[in-house]
Design a protein around this ligand. Structure first.
Ligand SMILES: [Zn+2]
Length: 490
């Protein structure tokens, strides 16, 4: 356990005013909210226990902790009365937790909630205000690695189910609930497709609720409807066997660094569009309704730039807003260029080798393998005579995913979030990537998103935190969703 909790037990958490939760807990309009409030202290105590387990997937020294984290979750689910709880830890994969809680009605829809319990490394640890694995509650913020990404959001679902049962007074949920909490998401979910295949019957469902994305902003809650995919590769140009004196051979041999610069310069046209063959051929544009929603979201340019590494100006593809550029348009980015001499002073050489690391963010219906083919073709076309080129893929990449916003489950999520947050809720997307497409492809069902964290939770960075009252609202939204879904999906 970490340092003493800053919130006094038994009091409402800051940020949830008494009007919100306890004015009239019997109010039939808000049975889910009253139930969430009743379990709130218990929820925070449990989450702090879980967050104290340093389940860093990237570090083999912490793999024992990833196992401990899986066991903690399995025990918590059993304590909550989930009748079927299993830890899947066969093979090389880090452990995933599976659980099932059937509806009373065998014809009720089945929903699989997806999340992950592995966390990012904590370096540089000296920049943390509180030790990353001593969860510390300061006001309404809970600081710990994994608080937002993604243990807080998984715990939110456990609370949501408790609240759903308490609010409906039922012993079984209105939908059959399944939970898949994987242990390798931060490593790119390398075994998820195999896991879906190996456990096809256990995981069979009508819908996936993906819980690893944020709201747009605290005062502008949104329902995410998609994530971009990603493909990354390194391009290496090699000339001679070694660097050579630029006075002796310069002007007489091709320069790999110049060739890499030309390749990079050729990657975009003057309007910023990517020049790989057919790069835009399969791009599906958002609907007018989605674009209207994006346009209606508050956008503070200075604040956005500050969160974009302190960039000094917006730039990008003409005809699209900044949110659209990062949510629904594909990109090619230069992540790094290497080649020749970069030390102090001058060294007059023609380098033997130069390289560039590239990453592409992809949108539906682009496929990483098609982009990989087009990149290889582009590199061949831009390799000058006398140089050897090599394209080294960084994994298979991740396909993009977006759900059809007219699907009734999307409407149900939107209504549930709107009711819980008591604010108009619009659609958003995230520019980052995740395994939603793998879940969609592997299980053959739509994936909808339910998240209650914030973009400035500092995930993957020092001082990760989660805003506890938002998790409580998220749990309430989940509880409302389980009540809504049987009718909406019938
Ligand atoms: Zn995550």
């Amino acid at each position: 356990m970490g340092p003493p909790c800053h919130a006094r037990p038994g009091t409402a958490l800051p940020g949830l005013s008494s009007r919100d939760v306890s004015d009239d807990p019997e109010n039939p309009e808000h049975p889910e909210r009253a139930a969430v409030a009743a379990f709130a202290d218990d929820f925070v105590a449990g989450l702090r226990e879980w967050l104290a387990i340093p389940s860093i997937g990237a570090d083999p020294a912490h793999h024992g902790d990833v196992h401990a984290s899986a066991r903690w979750l399995a025990d918590a689910l059993s304590r909550d009365g989930w009748p079927d709880v299993r830890v899947w830890d066969a093979g090389p994969a880090l452990p995933a937790v599976y659980a099932c809680r059937p509806a009373a009605d065998p014809d009720a829809p089945t929903v699989l909630v997806y999340g992950h319990h592995d966390v990012q490394p904590v370096d540089p640890v000296e920049q943390w205000r509180y030790p990353p694995f001593e969860p510390t509650l300061v006001g309404e913020e809970l600081f710990a690695r994994g608080a937002s990404d993604d243990k807080g959001q998984v715990a939110m679902h456990l609370l949501g189910v408790r609240a759903h049962l308490a609010a409906t007074g039922a012993t079984h949920p209105a939908v059959t609930l399944k939970l898949l909490v994987e242990g390798e998401e931060e490593s790119g979910s390398p075994h998820l497709t195999r896991l879906l295949d190996d456990h096809r019957d256990d995981l069979a469902c009508d819908l996936v609720v993906f819980t690893d994305t944020p709201l747009y902003a605290r005062d502008a809650p949104t329902v995410c409807t998609g994530q971009r995919g990603v493909y990354g590769a390194e391009v290496v140009f090699t000339g001679g066997a070694s660097d050579v004196h630029s006075g002796r051979a310069g002007g007489g041999v091709p320069n790999p660094a110049t060739a890499i610069a030309r390749l990079v310069a050729a990657l975009h046209d003057d309007r910023g569009r990517v020049r790989l063959r057919d790069f835009y051929a399969d791009v599906v544009e958002p609907t007018e309704a989605e674009r209207a929603d994006y346009a209606a979201l508050p956008f503070d340019e200075a604040g956005w730039l500050a969160n974009a590494g302190g960039a000094r100006a917006l730039s990008g593809e003409p005809g699209w807003s900044t949110l659209e550029r990062v949510w629904v348009r594909p990109t090619a980015e230069v992540n790094g260029i290497r080649g020749g001499y970069t030390g102090p002073g001058l060294k007059t050489i023609v380098p033997a080798e130069a390289s560039v690391k590239l990453s592409f963010r992809l949108v539906p219906d682009q496929r990483p393998e098609q982009v990989a083919d087009a990149l290889r073709e582009f590199v061949r076309a831009h390799t000058p005579p006398g140089l050897r080129s090599e394209v080294i893929a960084r994994g298979d990449g991740a396909p993009p995913y977006a759900v059809d916003v007219s699907h009734p489950a999307v409407g149900a999520v939107r209504d549930a979030v709107e009711a819980a947050f008591e604010q108009p809720v619009r659609f958003s997307r995230t520019g980052g990537s995740g395994p939603a497409a793998l879940l969609h492809d592997g299980l053959g069902v739509p994936v909808v998103y339910l998240g209650a964290t914030l973009p400035d939770d500092r995930i993957h960075a020092p001082n990760e935190r989660v805003v506890v009252p938002l998790l409580l609202r998220g749990a309430e939204a989940a509880a409302r969703l389980w009540r809504l879904l049987p009718e909406r999906l019938s």
